[in-house]
Design a protein around this ligand. Structure first.
Ligand code: ADP
Ligand code: MG
Length: 463
C-alpha cells in the first residue's frame, strides 16, 4: 500500500543519512584530534574545552582514612562514604545512597538545588554506622563530582561555564560551585571540607586507575557523554602553572560539545537541537548519549505517522510529546527477540498508547532503534579512537606489549547491551586485531564517586 511505500522511504532515507562507514569514523576521529590540539593550545581555542582538572596524580592505593563523595550530574545524585585502608588494603568499606532530583530543582535556583543535596548528605552522615571511623579531631572531607563544564582554578574551586543535560539554573552559571555547596553545607550545620572538585570522567579515571594501573582514559555514556584522559603537560600549551612532578595532567575534554561536518546529522537531529534547552551546543552528545537516543526515534516515528499514516489516520497524541520515548524503552524494544515482538507491542501500548500494531510495523520500529543506536555507538567508538591516537596508543610501539585500559561508565553503556557491543566491535575494527588486543574497555561501576573520594584523600588537609 501507499502507506508502506512512504514509510519505508522515510526509514531508508534516515538510514542512509545515519551511515557511519569506517572511513567516515576515521575522519571523525581525526577531526576530534584537531579539536583536542586546538583546545589544549588556548582557552576558547576550540569547541572542545579540554579543561584542566588540576589532577596531576592519580590514586596509588596508599590513600587512607574515611572520605566522602557527592556525585551530581544527571537525574540522580549519590552520596558515598569510603573507608580506605592505606597501603594495599584498598577500600575496606563503602556505602552509598542514591537520591533522585525533583525536576523542578533542575530549572530552579542555585540555593534550592544545593540545599537539597546538602540536606541529603546531612541525613546520610547522621546515619553513619560504627564501622566507619573518622580520625579523632578531624574534619570530614569530601570529593565533589560535578558533571557539568567547570573552569577550575585549583583542585577545589571552579566556576560553572554552562549547564547541559536538561539542567538550567541561571543564577548558578559563573558561580564557584564549591563555594555554593560549602555555603549549603554550612546552612545544614555540616562541618565538612570540600577537598576536591572533579568531573565524573575524572572521578571515573581516578577510580579506574585505583583498580587497574593501566587505566589512562575514562568515558561516560549516561544521560550525557564526556571523556577524560591523561595528557603530558608539555602537550598543553595553555598550561602556565608549575610543572607537576608527574609531568602529567588529567584533561576533561567536555567532548559532548564536539561537532564536525563529518558527523552524519539528519533533519531530525537539527530539529531536536533547535528545540532543545541548549541549541547549537553539545551536538556530539545529542547523537550518542542516553538523554537523546529515544527522542530521535520518537521524532522519526512521528514523521512516519504524519506523512505516511504509519499508525492510521491520526497521529497518536502521545507520540507528539517530546522525550516521552526514553532510551530505556528504546533499548527494551531493540533487544526484543520474541517471535511476535511482544515487548515492542507492550511498550508501544504502555508508553505511547499505540495498540493494534502489526508484526511488520513492530519490525520497522526495531530497525529504527537499531539505526539510531548503531550510529551513536559507532560515533562514540570514533571518539575513543581519537583519544587513543592522541595518546599514541593506537599502534604497537614496543614488543613489550603496553596495555591500555579505558574505564567506562554510565547507564547507557551499562544497560544498553546492543549499544555497548556495537561500540566495542567498532573500536576493534578501527584498531585492527593486533592493536585491539592491547586495548581493553573496563566497566567502572560507579567509579566516579569512589574516584572523587580517593582524590579527596590525596588532597586532604592532613597530609
Ligand atoms: P547520569 O548520566 O544521569 O549520571 P547514569 O549514568 O545512571 O546517570 O545514566 C542514566 C542514563 O542512562 C539515562 O538517562 C538513560 O538514558 C540511560 N539508561 C538507563 N537505563 C537504560 C537502559 N536500560 N537502556 C538504555 N539506556 C539506559
Ligand atoms: Mg553520572
Amino acid at each position: 500500500s501507499g502507506m508502506w511505500v512512504k514509510a519505508m522511504e522515510i526509514l531508508k532515507e534516515f538510514e542512509e543519512k545515519c551511515g557511519t562507514p569506517i572511513p567516515r569514523l576515521r575522519q571523525v576521529a581525526d577531526a576530534m584530534i584537531v579539536e583536542m590540539h586546538a583546545g589544549l593550545a588556548s582557552e576558547g581555542g576550540s569547541k572542545l574545552k579540554m579543561l584542566i582538572s588540576y589532577v596531576d596524580n592519580l590514586p596509588t592505593g596508599d590513600e587512607k582514612g574515611l572520605f566522602y563523595a557527592l556525585d551530581l550530574g544527571g537525574t540522580n545524585f549519590r552520596v558515598i562514604r569510603v573507608q580506605l585502608g592505606g597501603k594495599r588494603k584498598g577500600i575496606v568499606n563503602q556505602q552509598f545512597e542514591e537520591v533522585s532530583i525533583p525536576p523542578s530543582l533542575m530549572t530552579g535556583t542555585s540555593d534550592a538545588l544545593f540545599d537539597y543535596i546538602a540536606a541529603a548528605l546531612a541525613k546520610f552522615i547522621a546515619q553513619e554506622g560504627p564501622e566507619f571511623k573518622l580520625n579523632p579531631g578531624r574534619q570530614r572531607e569530601l570529593g565533589f563530582t560535578f558533571s557539568f563544564p567547570v573552569m577550575q582554578s585549583s583542585i577545589a574551586s571552579g566556576t560553572l561555564l554552562k549547564w547541559t543535560k536538561g539542567f538550567s539554573i541561571d543564577d548558578a552559571v559563573h558561580q564557584d560551585v564549591v563555594a555554593e555547596l560549602s555555603k549549603a553545607l554550612e546552612r545544614q550545620g555540616l562541618d565538612m571540607r570540600i577537598a576536591a572538585l572533579v568531573n565524573d570522567t575524572v572521578g571515573t579515571l581516578a577510580g579506574g586507575r585505583h583498580h587497574n594501573n593501566n587505566v589512562v582514559a575514562a568515558v561516560i555514556l549516561g544521560t550525557g557523554s564526556n571523556a577524560a584522559y591523561v595528557e603530558r603537560v608539555h602537550a598543553i600549551p595553555k598550561w602556565h602553572g608549575l610543572l607537576p612532578k608527574s609531568g602529567e595532567m588529567v584533561i576533561n575534554m567536555e567532548w559532548g560539545n564536539f561537532r564536525s561536518s563529518h558527523l552524519p546529522l539528519t533533519e531530525y537531529d537539527h530539529e531536536l537541537d533547535a528545540e532543545s534547552l541548549n541549541p547549537g551546543e553539545q551536538i556530539y552528545e545529542k547523537v550518542i548519549s542516553g538523554m537523546y537516543l529515544g527522542e530521535i526515534v520518537r521524532r522519526v516515528l512521528c514523521r512516519m505517522a504524519e506523512e505516511a499514516a504509519f499508525f492510521g489516520d491520526t497521529v497518536p497524541p502521545k507520540l507528539k510529546k517530546p522525550f516521552v520515548l526514553g532510551t530505556p524503552v528504546m533499548s527494551a524494544m531493540h533487544r526484543d527477540t520474541s517471535p511476535d515482538l511482544k515487548m515492542v507491542a507492550s511498550n508501544l501500548k504502555d508508553v505511547l498508547e499505540i495498540s493494534n500494531t502489526s508484526l511488520k510495523m513492530r519490525k520497522v520500529i526495531v530497525e529504527l532503534c537499531n539505526i539510531v543506536a548503531t550510529r551513536g555507538a559507532r560515533l562514540s567508538a570514533a571518539g575513543v579512537l581519537g583519544i587513543l591516537k592522541k595518546m599514541g596508543r593506537d599502534t604497537i610501539k614496543d614488543r613489550e606489549k603496553q596495555k591500555t585500559v579505558i574505564a567506562m561508565d554510565g547507564g547507557l553503556y551499562e544497560h544498553y547491551s546492543e549499544y555497548r557491543n556495537c561500540l566495542e566491535n567498532t573500536l576493534n575494527e578501527l584498531l585492527g586485531e593486533e592493536v585491539a588486543q592491547t586495548i581493553t574497555i573496563e566497566h567502572s561501576n560507579d567509579g566516579s564517586g569512589i574516584g572523587a573520594a580517593l582524590l579527596a584523600a590525596s588532597h586532604s588537609q592532613y597530609l
